[in-house]
Design a protein. Structure first.
Length: 151
């Protein structure tokens, strides 16, 4: 449940930051691009759980490259990158605190109570939720413009 609430907050945060900075995001603004971004995120998430790598460093570096590639392909904004890194670090810290306090545990943690690839998955998730939020904000903005022009 909390994941959905945080995802919605991230989706709302992206368009707010864009409007505060005065730069609307214009790169690849259509639903097909958003759906491709979601598909790539699902692939990154699946790779983190199912693909066998020789060691955890190789897995972490591969997921980091895929996450940066996701950002480069579907976002390319400095605000998106900064927000993605910030939220990924905060989410990783929160996860470490939860594991340290015994709320849940990983079967084989390899980096300070958690898996080393977790920040990469968080980063990719933030970029994906941000793209959804931006697209929804664009739709709402177009709807408001059409409604005022008809009056």
């Amino acid at each position: 449940m909390w994941v959905f609430i945080f995802s919605a907050m991230i989706g709302l945060l992206y368009p707010c930051i864009d409007s505060c900075l005065g730069e609307p995001h214009k790169f690849k603004r259509e639903w097909s691009s958003v759906m491709r971004c979601v598909a790539v995120f699902v692939g990154i998430n699946h790779a983190s759980a199912k693909v066998d790598f020789a060691n955890n460093i190789q897995l972490s570096l591969t997921l980091a490259a895929l996450s940066i590639g996701l950002w480069w392909t579907f976002d390319r904004s400095c605000s998106g990158f900064g927000l993605g890194v910030s939220i990924a670090l905060l989410a990783t810290l929160a996860t470490q605190l939860l594991v340290y306090n015994g709320v849940f545990q990983y079967t084989s943690p390899d980096f300070l109570y958690i898996r080393s690839w977790l920040p990469c998955v968080f980063f990719a998730g933030v970029i994906t939720m941000g793209n959804i939020g931006r697209q929804l904000a664009l739709y709402d903005y177009k709807f408001i413009q059409e409604k005022t022009h008809q009056d």
